[in-house]
Design a protein around this ligand. Sequence first.
Ligand code: PEP
Ligand code: MN
Length: 334
Amino acid sequence: MLIVMKTDHKSADVEAVSQRVKKLGYVPHLIPGEQALAIGITGNANAIDPSQFSDISGIKETIRVTKPYKLASRDFKKTDTVIPVGSTSIGGSDFTLIAGPCAVESEDQLLRIARAVKLAGATILRGGAYKPRTSPYSFQGLGVEGLQMLSRARQETGLPFITEAVDSESLEHVAEYADIIQIGARNMQNFSLLKQAGKLRKPVLIKRGPSSTIEELLLAAEYILAGGNSQLILCERGIKSFDPHTRNMLDISAVISIKLGSHLPVIVDPSHGSGRREMIVPLARAAAAVGADGVMIDVHDIPEEALCDGAQAIHPDVFRRLVGTLGAVVQAIS
Ligand code: PEP
Ligand code: MN
């Protein structure tokens, strides 16, 4: 349930509601909104009778939340969530451009690409230091050394960076260095990792699992929000399909469904979402056209030498031309 407070409520009213919720054995979550303060209630197995709060003043209305995910739902928060990242932000009216190599391979490689994507208009740098690879014989990433290279690239270009944590140990390191912590598709339902990320107070981007429904994604998000970390971004990166013409099938309609059901920002990853370089530009435009909050794109200047996912990386020049056309798409639908 969601309790919406009147605009002229007193702080004692909020305290009284919180105490009553706790007395009932549930958890209150204060949600400041543009119009009014709301208090979300979680921890209840069944519907709560609103009359349990009728003696408390300052309450405007109570709203039943029927979705299994609560804090992630639009019932809980009507307005779009905006996540500040460095001097930029994700969500709201901005269209975010995240770009960089799939994996950090060397300082030279990263700096070359970071400079190029910055020049092209990217606002956030991507690059994996811990790589979840299908084969144990594939390049696994440079670990902490890679995080230090990303930090140097940030220092030089001014771009904040996103990088993936694959387990509890790497999460600690990633949280120390990164501006946004990525939880990859394979870990979307790693519930202990989600709980650990929920304890942090740093932006987290969670990618949809290749075989996960949108409701499962939103419930994964709920783990992080319920832990008290409200700086959360969702990412559509394609799902398993019967047709091998693409590596994954980018579910562009997921953006619309997520936005209808949730206030959280949605980023689209057309690189992992297709696995095919030639599809990235049109899919990125499609993402902008359906109202995504941004795209995350693999960019490599020598893709044929990439240690990871070269086939789905576009050249910095192609990225620059894409950036030049995306603004018109964003403007057309705003
Ligand atoms: C990545 O972004 O580098 C990545 C591994 O993505 P995903 O988890 O979507 O496969
Ligand atoms: Mn990749």
